[in-house]
Design a protein around this ligand. Structure first.
Ligand code: C2E
Ligand code: MG
Ligand code: MG
Length: 717
């Protein structure tokens, strides 16, 4: 015995031989830590024990004041922590064994008591204590471990009654260990199927029954005592005794609510567009494939609408990407409002959307949806302080008429959408077989446009601007043309869109600038009464970082006075109030170039740019001039614009003047300049040179007199 606790022993026995033998045993052991006291009766013993506790008690079951099993009962009631070894007569071994069920740890039989048997009994006590201590440590370790892990642990006996819950299991079931102990598992651990909500087979019973570990069924929901539900996952296993016999089972489970919602979130992200939260390409192709097989089985049609915003690039260029993004979100929610729940609106990327109508009876049904979308979308979109307008071009393909698989249906709807763009945007078109041909043509145009500059296929046509007070040619607009080797003369509408999409617009714009300046210089050199030349500049060209440099180079290389160059910018260029817009416009103005707003009135509602930027002239859009009739709304707007421009000291130029009535109206309302077929169509350089020459002698006559070209045949007319 080596630690320093109290190892005192008490012998309660009236046989002095036993006392002698014990003392002997103690001495032989050389144990000087232990003390042995001897009393002869139980009452003496209990008295001693009332004073102090002892480590071990040797108790005879045959005392003067007590005998048999009652003796151990009386002693056990008195002591709790001492080890008890009973001493019985050789014939009483049965009583001794019974005493062991009532608190004794060991027994000695009278005929065999000597120093050695005493020492052995003491050794046994020590060993039992060590074993008990080890067991305690082991249990404590298991207890701490079970309460420290994140998983819930619950175990039952063979009958399925709860025998253990760790802290996590207490929390997840809502039952404390004390309350749960001994209750049937079904009371504590209620699990249902996450989809059907029906009770699921109890995994513990299965583990016991099958005598092997089992996993929980997928989608398992644990219903807590207070009704709260929690998705769980894990497994149960049987517990065996030393002989391998099943004595119960343990289940380990954990909360997977979080993990499941992460998985759901990830799946959603993978299938939806982050900006609009609409289904993306991936989900659409899934739904489209399903819709096609359903339509095939049920012999019905389905419709596919391919939508593309008109001029969205301009919005992005003019207002920046964050406004563009908000507009896309607004478009997405409008689209959702236009379709039925069973339809799918998806975003393909950029400004392209696809609407899947999984069940249409006639083509006309798809047309109704397309019309509705176009109408709904035309309303102003309120984005912050901005009131933006945007239109859409829609291509429609139907199953089975225009394709039997998803890819073909999408491709054909896309082709139809291009067609809708080409015939003026803001409309819908059904796919027709010959459209594919046109799509192929567009592709070949793309390829050929790349070489148009170096093959010198581009040219400029010139259209005069006339001073409406004097009839003099006040300026000329340069309009680009492409002399296509097979298709003949192509107009800007037929190729500038392609140039923009394929990144060739800047190079073309640069060529136009150089050519316009070079030509004007040539006319001046020829001694003609040359006039300032207007060059159209698209938003994309203007945003190019080298734009200013391109203008300067064109002027320098041609030695043209900047006063001879006007730049026609669309409103979208001017709507972006950035430092760079201001800087570039300021620089252009500083070198002496004049700035004209083209297609004025078709753009956006804010006019603040008119005062913010150094604008010299406004070009009234053709649509106003076309509809000018006395007292018409257009007439009111035109005269208001003329009045406003006068106040701002800006010149007003009317585009698309075609009739004498239009001219008369503009003249009377004080419009400064006019341009249009009424005066002259755009013409090639030599023809325009002739016009300039003739014009030296006779000017356009305005007002009551018929203008110049009506009695003078121009070469191109
Ligand atoms: P825009 O700058 O508004 O040019 C006026 C357009 O109206 C020209 O069409 C012109 O031919 C046409 N036009 C002129 N008078 C009349 C008329 O009385 N009635 C009708 N119906 N039309 C008339 P064009 O040449 O086809 O050009 C179309 C647009 O292409 C131009 O509109 C301009 O925005 C753009 N564009 C033309 N050349 C260039 C260029 O070199 N660079 C850039 N970026 N854009 C250009
Ligand atoms: Mg123009
Ligand atoms: Mg215009």
């Amino acid at each position: 015995m080596s630690d320093c606790k109290n190892y005192d022993m008490l012998l309660i026995d009236d046989d002095p031989r036993h006392a002698m033998a014990f003392k002997e045993g103690l001495n032989t052991n050389g144990d000087n830590l232990s003390k042995l006291e001897w009393v002869r009766t139980l009452s003496e013993g209990l008295e001693k024990l009332a004073d102090k506790s002892v480590w071990a008690i040797f108790l005879s079951l045959c005392l003067p004041d007590s005998s048999g099993i009652e003796t151990i009962h009386r002693l056990s009631a008195f002591v709790s922590s001492s080890s008890i070894v009973v001493i019985g007569g050789e014939a009483d071994e049965r009583v001794c064994k019974e005493a062991m069920l009532h608190g004794a740890q060991d027994y000695l039989l009278e005929g065999h008591i000597d120093g050695y048997s005493f020492s052995r009994a003491v050794r046994n006590i020590v060993e039992r204590e060590i074993a008990r201590q080890d067991l305690f440590i082991e249990k404590e370790r298991a207890q701490v471990t079970l309460n420290s892990i994140g998983d819930a642990v619950l175990s039952t006996d063979l009958l399925g009654n709860v025998v253990y819950l760790n802290a996590v299991a207490e929390r997840m079931t809502g039952w404390s260990r004390e309350e749960a102990m001994g209750r049937p598992l079904g009371d504590i651990f209620q699990i249902v199927d996450g989809i059907t909500y029906k009770p699921t087979p109890n995994p513990l019973e299965m583990a016991i029954h099958l005598n092997r570990p089992v996993g929980l069924s997928a989608n398992c929901i644990l219903v807590r005592r207070d009704g709260h539900e929690c998705a769980i996952e894990d497994s149960a296993a049987p517990i065996h005794d030393r002989n391998g016999v099943v004595t119960g089972a343990v289940i380990v489970f954990h909360d997977v609510n979080m993990a499941r919602s992460v998985v759901q979130e990830m799946t959603h992200l993978a299938q939806h567009d982050a900006l609009t939260d609409l289904p993306n390409r991936l989900l659409l192709s899934d739904r489209l494939a399903q819709a096609i097989s359903l339509a095939r089985r049920n012999h019905h049609r389905l419709g596919l609408l391919f939508l593309d915003l008109d001029g969205f690039k301009n919005i992005n260029d003019s207002f920046g990407h964050s406004i563009g993004d908000k507009l896309l979100q607004s478009v997405a929610s409008r689209l959702l409002g236009c379709v039925r729940k069973s339809d799918t609106v998806s975003r393909q990327g950029g400004d392209e959307f696809i609407v899947l109508l999984p069940e249409v009876t006639h083509e006309a049904d798809a047309a109704i949806s397309a019309k509705k979308i176009i109408t709904e979308l035309n309303d102003v979109h309120l984005i912050g302080d901005l009131r933006l307008r945007i239109t859409m071009s829609i291509g429609i393909s139907t199953y089975p008429d225009n394709g039997a698989d998803a890819e073909t249906l999408i491709k054909n709807a896309d082709t139809a959408m291009y067609h809708a763009k080409q015939i003026g945007r803001n409309n819908y078109q059904f796919y027709k077989a010959d459209m594919s041909l046109r799509a192929v043509e567009r592709q070949s145009l793309e390829g050929q446009l790349r070489y148009a500059i170096e093959r010198e296929e581009l040219s400029l046509h010139y259209q005069p601007k006339v001073n409406l007070k004097t009839g003099a040619i006040a300026g000329v607009e340069a309009l680009v043309r492409w002399q296509h080797p097979e298709r003949g003369l192509l107009f800007p509408d037929q190729f500038l869109g392609i140039a923009e999409d394929t990144g060739m617009l800047v190079a073309i714009g640069q060529w136009v600038l150089r050519e316009a300046c070079r030509q004007t210089r040539e006319w001046l050199d020829e001694g003609l009464a040359a006039v300032p030349i207007s060059v159209n500049v698209s938003s994309l060209e203007f945003r190019n970082e080298k734009f200013l440099e391109h203008v300067q180079i064109a002027l320098k290389d041609s030695c043209l006075d900047p006063g001879y160059l006007d730049l026609e910018l669309t409103e979208t260029v001017l709507m972006r109030h950035t430092e760079s817009t201001k800087y570039v416009l300021g620089q252009l103005k500083a070198i002496g170039v004049r700035l004209v707003v083209d297609d004025f009135g078709t753009g956006y509602s804010s006019l603040s740019y008119l005062t913010r930027f150094p604008i010299d002239a406004l070009k009234l859009d053709q649509s106003f001039v076309e509809n000018i009739l006395p007292k018409s709304n257009e007439a009111i707007v035109v005269s208001a614009i003329i009045g406003m421009a006068r106040c701002l000291k800006q010149i007003v130029i009317a585009e698309g003047v075609r009739t004498e009535e239009q001219l008369a109206f503009l003249h009377t309302h004080g419009c400064d300049q006019g341009q249009g077929y009424y005066f002259s169509r755009p013409s090639v350089a030599p023809q325009f040179a002739s016009l300039l020459k003739m014009h030296c002698q006779q000017q356009f006559r305005i007002g009551s007199v018929i203008p110049f070209h009506h009695n003078t045949r121009l070469p191109h007319q």
